[in-house]
Structure formats: C-alpha cells, structure tokens
Design a protein around this ligand. Structure first.
Ligand SMILES: Cc1ncc(COP(=O)(O)O)c(C=O)c1O
Length: 395
C-alpha cells in the first residue's frame, strides 16, 4: 500500500500533534525539557540516495566521480518541502507550536539578508496564520536592496522586513535586537513570539534529533538489505551556520547509541564557538551522559573567504555537482560545506569500506540572488548551450 495511514494524516496540512519522542530521548532528557507538541510542516522522511560525488580536479586525482565501489550517500533535507525547503523546517516544527498554543499572533526572527531561516520562518508563519517580522542584516539601505532570492519569497508572503547594518548587528547583538522589536510590536498591541537566529535553541534542536532518528531507520534498512556494512553511517557531514543542526545531530547520535563520526563544516564563526553552543544546549537540556563531544564530532572552519562570500573554486564545484548529478547545492551553506569536505577531509576516509552521508540542508533559493547568480552565470559563460531551434516548415 503506497499511502499509509500515517502519511494520510501528515498530508492534512499543519496539524499540531502530540510529540512521542523515541525511547532514547525519553530515557536521557528530563521530561520537562521534551516538547509536548510538533506541527506538521515538512515532508518526512526525506529521501536518501547513493551520491556520485564529483571529486576536485586538483585533489584526489581529480575529475572523476565516486560511485559504484564507494559508500557515499546524500540525505535530501533540501526536499523537506518546496517553499520551506531545507533544515529550518525541522526546527520550526517544534518551535511554532509554542507560538500557536500560547496565543501569539506574530513571529520575529533574525538573520542575514538572504537568510534561509528567515524565509522558511516567514512562509511557515503565514501558513499558520501568524504575521512574520524579519530583522535582516545587510550593508545597503532598504531602498537599494534588490529583492531577489530568499528576499523575494519573504516579500511574497508579506513579511515585515526591518533592516540593520552589519555593524549594528555586531554591536547590539541578535538577542537585544529581537527583544527591542518585540517591545515595539507590543506597544502596537501585538503578541510576538521570538525565534532566535537559525531557530537554534534547545527546543529547535529536537528537529535534528528527529532527523537522526529518521536517518538511523534508513541506515538499518540499508544494512538489512546488504547495502551498508553497519546499521548506521560511519560519517555524517553537513554545513554548520548557527549551530542548531549540529546540536541536534550531536545529541541524538550519542543518545541513540549510533557510532557515527560527525563532520560539521562551519561557514561562519569559529569551531570553538560552535562547540560552546552545542555544550550550552546540552546543559540547557539537562543531559548528563554526553561525554566529550570532541571525541566523535569534528567541527571545521570552512569559511574560506568568509560568511556568504563564495570563492570561484566553490562556485566551480557547485556547478560540477549540479551538472554531473542534477543536485542543486547553494553557495553559502551546502555547496561551501561539501567543497570543504571533499577538499580537506574525504582523503582521510576509506570510502570503499566506510560509509558517508552528506546531509543536504537546502539553501537553493540563494542561487537566485543576483550576487550569486551573476557569479554562476559568469562561470558558465563558456558553456553556453542556449541557441535558436532550427525549425523546418514541414508540418
Ligand atoms: C541551507 C542551510 N544549511 C545549513 C545551515 C546551518 O544550519 P544551522 O544554522 O542549524 O547551523 C543553514 C542556516 O544557517 C542553512 O540555511
């Protein structure tokens, strides 16, 4: 039967449902810290597939793809939903019930001008009948901002957009900026709910604990039909931006007892910042048996030119992946992370023996932002395959 009862239930959009955590969450996290509800926003489980990972020209003997004798997979969290696409929807499934059940009428969040998190939050808020307010960090004055990429979608769902300069963001900080906007909206009679940068707080981290639960089940299935050597992936790789995805993955990997090694590629801030963020989440959730996170989780500095700045090599690799596999990455997170991993870490893993799964966390709408589409088109200019069809009048 293709449509199970559970799938039917999930297809009735936007239901707030009671949350029944996996046993390893219930056994290791105090019940007071476990959410009681989630809201069905995404399409889960996301698919998992073998990944013909292209290698770099300069590394690993170059040019070819890893395929048949290698155990490299991709988990398509970019397919979590078309409009909410990416990793943020998993966090929003746990964050937004709080807004709904506590009578909030609006949502405030904060991020960069092309923030995927802000876009997903704005769209999900509208879907649930909440008014989205986004604080977006950008160098330009509001009247000079090109409303492209994620920002176009923010506008399509009629978000209220409040801009701040990078300097203001750095000096005032995201927590103070969101609470200042909250006060202003309250003075207008609204009841806003604040979601922090990236949705990355202990509550949001349950989204990625659930992803590990899903991934574990997929690994067990692949193992039982002889495709995976172990009932878990030896290596889990993903982009790290605010640390929430990493927190959920780290906590769930340990608590669920799977033996995966985690590779989080930071696209901003320092690895130390992210270790501290994860450790703080563990503390806030009162988890006592995590051990030393650094023993099974490596966090790398994969910023290269800096946050949201794509190098020519990264763009070239992003194009190589899309043109050889049909999988679209993004220049700020998934593309940057995979490029860093292939360049610096892959050679340390024997992929004919050990399995690797890359979590594609989405971000594709940024490709449509002028800043990046210009770079991509420029890189593609020597591969221009648009020409007039030769037409014969012989019908
Ligand atoms: C597409 C994409 N991938 C990865 C990340 C990183 O996730 P996190 O913020 O949870 O570290 C983000 C957001 O920051 C993102 O938008």
């Amino acid at each position: 039967m293709r449509i199970t009862e559970e799938k039917m239930d999930r297809s009735l959009l936007y239901q707030v449902c009671p949350y029944n955590p996996p046993s390893w969450i219930a056994a290791n996290i105090p019940s007071s810290a476990i959410p009681l509800h989630y809201v069905t926003l995404g399409r889960f489980p996301t698919p998992i597939a073998k990944f013909a990972l292209p290698l770099l020209e300069t590394e690993l003997g170059g040019g070819t793809s890893l395929w048949d004798n290698n155990n490299i997979y991709i988990k398509r969290d970019d397919l979590s939903s078309s409009d909410l696409s990416g990793n943020k929807v998993r966090k929003l499934e746990f964050l937004l019930p709080e807004a709904l059940l506590n009578g909030h009428d609006s949502v405030i969040t904060i991020g960069g001008i092309q923030s995927n998190h802000a876009r997903a939050t704005a769209i999900a808020s509208r879907q649930l009948g909440l008014e989205p307010h986004l604080i977006l960090r950008g160098r330009q004055n509001p009247e000079d901002i090109l409303p492209d990429g994620n920002l176009l979608l923010d506008r399509l769902v009629d978000s209220h957009i409040h801009t701040v300069t990078p300097a203001t963001y750095a000096t005032i900080g995201s927590a103070s900026l969101t609470s200042q906007l909250k006060t202003q909206l309250e003075m207008e009679g609204k009841k806003p709910y604040i979601i922090p940068v990236g949705g990355s707080n202990p509550l949001g981290s349950f989204g990625y604990m659930e992803m590990i639960n899903e991934l574990n089940q997929q690994a067990v299935a692949l193992h039982s039909n002889g495709r995976l050597r172990t009932p878990y992936f030896d290596h889990i790789v993903f982009a790290c931006g605010s640390g929430g995805t990493a927190s959920g993955i780290v906590i769930a990997t340990k608590l669920s007892g799977c033996k995966s090694k985690i590779h989080a590629v930071g696209v901003c801030d320092s690895p130390e910042y992210f270790y501290n963020h994860i450790e703080q989440n563990i503390k806030d959730l009162n988890i006592s048996n995590m051990g030393d996170v650094r023993e099974f989780c490596s966090i790398y500095n994969g910023q290269n030119l800096g946050y949201a700045r794509a190098s020519d090599d990264e763009i070239e690799y992003l194009i190589k992946v899309s043109s050889t596999t049909g999988i679209i990455l993004d220049p700020i997170y998934s593309g940057k992370a995979l490029y860093f991993f292939v360049k610096n870490v892959l050679k340390t893993i024997n992929t004919t023996e050990e399995s690797v799964v890359f979590i594609h966390t989405g971000g594709g709408y940024a490709n449509f932002a002028n800043e990046y589409s210009e770079k991509i088109n420029n890189e593609l200019k020597n591969n221009f395959k648009i020409k007039k069809l030769i037409v014969h009048n012989n019908k």
